[in-house]
Write a protein that binds this ligand. Sequence first.
Ligand code: CTP
Length: 397
Amino acid sequence: MLKGKFITLGVTGSIAAYKAAEVASLLAKAGADVHVIMTAGACKFVAPATFAALTGNPVHTDLFGGAGGRLIPHIELAKAHLLVVAPATANILAKAAHGLGDDLLSATILAAKGPVLFCPAMNVQMYRNPATQANIAALKRYGHRVLEPGRGQLACGEQGEGRLPEPEEIFEEIARLLGPAQDMRGLRVLVTAGGTREPIDPVRFISNYSSGKMGYALARAAAARGAAVTLVSAPTALAPPGGVQVVFVETAQQMYEAVLEHFPQADIVVKAAAVADYRPAKTAEQKIKKEGETLVIELERNPDILFELGRRKQPHQVLVGFAAETENLLANARRKLAEKNADLLVANDVTRPGAGFGADTNIVKLIYRSGETVDLPLMEKTALADRILDAALSLRE
Ligand code: CTP
C-alpha cells in the first residue's frame, strides 16, 4: 500500500531520533520513497548518513539548497503524499502551531498542502506545559494529526507521558493515513463473482471462463473502503479476501438463493458473476458412459438473478450489473440495463485484448440509466473496482 508513496520524514532533536531510523527503515522496506529532513538538533543525536543509507536518498538539512540539488527544497519536499515529523520536539510543535519557517523542516511544514503527522517526544513536564498543549490543540484545529505519546520511563529519568510511540505504531498510522478513503463505512455491499457450474453428471459440468478476479477485486476494494461486504462466490482459484464474508456456491440456482437471502440488507449490489443462463434439465446420477456418436443434453433456463433483484429493488438500493458481450456492446448493454432495472451497467467487449475473462486488466464502458456512458481506458481490475464503487456511491440517494 505504501509502494511508490513519497514520504517526507522530519526528524528533530530528541533522544528518540534514533527510533526515527527504524521508522525510515520500515517505510523504505514497504516500498515508500522516503526523504528525510533533519534539524540541526537531530544531527546531534544521529548522523545524516544513517538515514541516507536506510532510505537510499540524500538527507536534507539546509533551507537553502544542499543535498539532492533541489532548488527550493522546502517546496519540493512539501509535495510528499505525507509529511511525518518523528520525533517532534516541543519546539517544532510550537513553530508549526505559529507558522514559523526559519529552518528547512518548519518551512516544509508551512508549505505542506495536506495534513502533517506529528509524533511528539519530550520530557513529561514539557509535554504537559500549557503552551505545548495549546500548540497541539492548534495543530489539530489546522487539520494535522498529533499522535499521543507513550507513557513510562523517559530518557531524562522521569516517569510519565512523552515517549515517542513505537516505530511500528507510527508506521501503522502512516499506512492508515495513506490508505484508501473510508468512504463506504456503514454501507453493506453484496458482490457476486466467478462462473457458476451446472452439473451434467457427478464428474462433469457446464461453466464459462470467468476467473472471479473482477468480483474479488470489488469485494476487496469495498472492504478496504470500510464497507461490510458479503461475497457470493462461484468456484474460482482465488484466495478469499480478508475481512469479507464469503458464501461459496456452485450453481446458478444456489447463487440465486444466497443472493436473495442477503439482498434485503444490502445498500449496494454488484453482480460481477458470470451466471449460466441454462443448466442441464437432468443431472445424471451416475457418470454418463459414452455410447452413440452424438450426445444430446437438454438444457433448461436458470433464474436471472439480476432481473429478480431489479424487480425487488428498494429506492435506497443501488444495483450494478455487468454485461459481457462479443458484439453490439452498447446496444446489448443498454437493453440489459433497462430490462433488469439496474442503476449502472459495466459493459465489456470480451473479445478485446486486455479485456474480459481471466485477464488482470479490463476495458469497460460505464452505462448509466440517464443514458450517460463513460469509456474507461484499459486498467487493472483492482483500479477498475474502485472506479465502479465510486460510480455506485455517486448514485446513492
Ligand atoms: N445475470 C444474472 N443471472 C443470470 C444471468 C446473468 O444475474 N441468470 C447477471 C450477470 O451477473 C450480469 C448481468 O446479468 O451482471 C448480465 O449478464 P450477461 O451474461 O452479460 O447477460 P445475460 O443476462 O445472460 O444476457 P444474454 O444472454 O442476452 O447475453
